[in-house]
Ligand binder design. Sequence first.
Ligand code: SF4
Ligand code: SF4
Length: 380
Amino acid sequence: MAVPLSQMWTVATYVLGKRLRGNKRYPLVLMLEPLFRCNLACAGCGKIQYPAHILKKNLSPEDCFKAVDECGAPMVSIPGGEPLMHPQMAQIVEGLVARKKYIYLCTNALLLKERLDAGWFKPSKYLTFSVHMDGTEENHDFAVCREGTYKTAADAIRQAVGMGFRVTTNCTLFDGVDPKEVRQFFDEMMELGVEGMMISPGYSYSKAPDQSSFLRKERTNELFEMILSNRKKGWKFNQSPLFLEFLMGKRDYECTPWGNPTYNLFGWQKPCYLLQEGYVDSFKELMTDTEWANYGKASGNPKCRDCMVHCGYEPSAVDHTFSSFGGMWGTIKAMLFNTYANPSAGKKLGDFRATHKHGIPVSPPVQITVTAQATAGSAA
Ligand code: SF4
Ligand code: SF4
């Protein structure tokens, strides 16, 4: 089981409490972005495109605590930018641990060793380093546009695990990815000793410079079915099993963007982590002023049509788990018994041949035919 029981219990009692009080829109994970700058420049990133005066800024620890207290979600994800570049990140984490929030500190891990050696953090059940790893060494280094990052991150993961920290990986998959290589990547991550892995398809950010490689819904289902069927026993995922079934096309959910509200340098972002359709000053205003009916697949909003990203759909899956017998049973079954045996997906995986590698067409194998005449000629 990838998520510790104490965390599961906290989430279960929180969701049940909300449902019993008739509250259908509640936050599950606060996305707290204390800065946008980063020490990498990945092609698919929509965060580092801000002008320099914005990239220089940090949210103060007090701003972060105010947002966390206002929101009340039991889990706080700290993406960015690169959170380990924030000069007061140790203080922010300490304050959130004191509030008993389950923190996922999302990092590319380039600075992790340095911060661990400097004693910035202490192991705690509340703190998890969620390391950005986008595939095997070649694929990860290509995705983040810098060689050597995989090795640095893998070394930092080993060190953090050895020091007793909770460590997970988070992986965003884009079009053209080879499902066999993704499965090999899962093996590698589990060998590093991580607690679990998180995966999600990428979202086509309007700010991202590379718009061609984002997955569309049917391709997403097909790809995840190949990757996640016939699962190996040793693989552990640190996310809702029903969300993974959604990615495989086994379930359909509607987006619940209020489940992962976002707070950053501009305030509370409407309506979700991915779209930026205005900001408000308080969490209350975010919940009351956002026209939620304008978002999600059912709304017909073209920006939401192909979105299957975890920040919109994982809270829907978690809510399903705790709001119905079917959801609870589906989750238990997935966690305890299901290896997702699927011979047809296994065959598709076996037959899979990548047409592109890193956006470049892969040449098909050249078939050499020897005709009877040529053979006869050469024998003469
Ligand atoms: S590591 Fe994350 S925040 Fe940094 S450039 Fe890459 S995607 Fe953006
Ligand atoms: S479907 Fe995706 S883009 Fe649309 S509101 Fe939900 S999370 Fe945001």
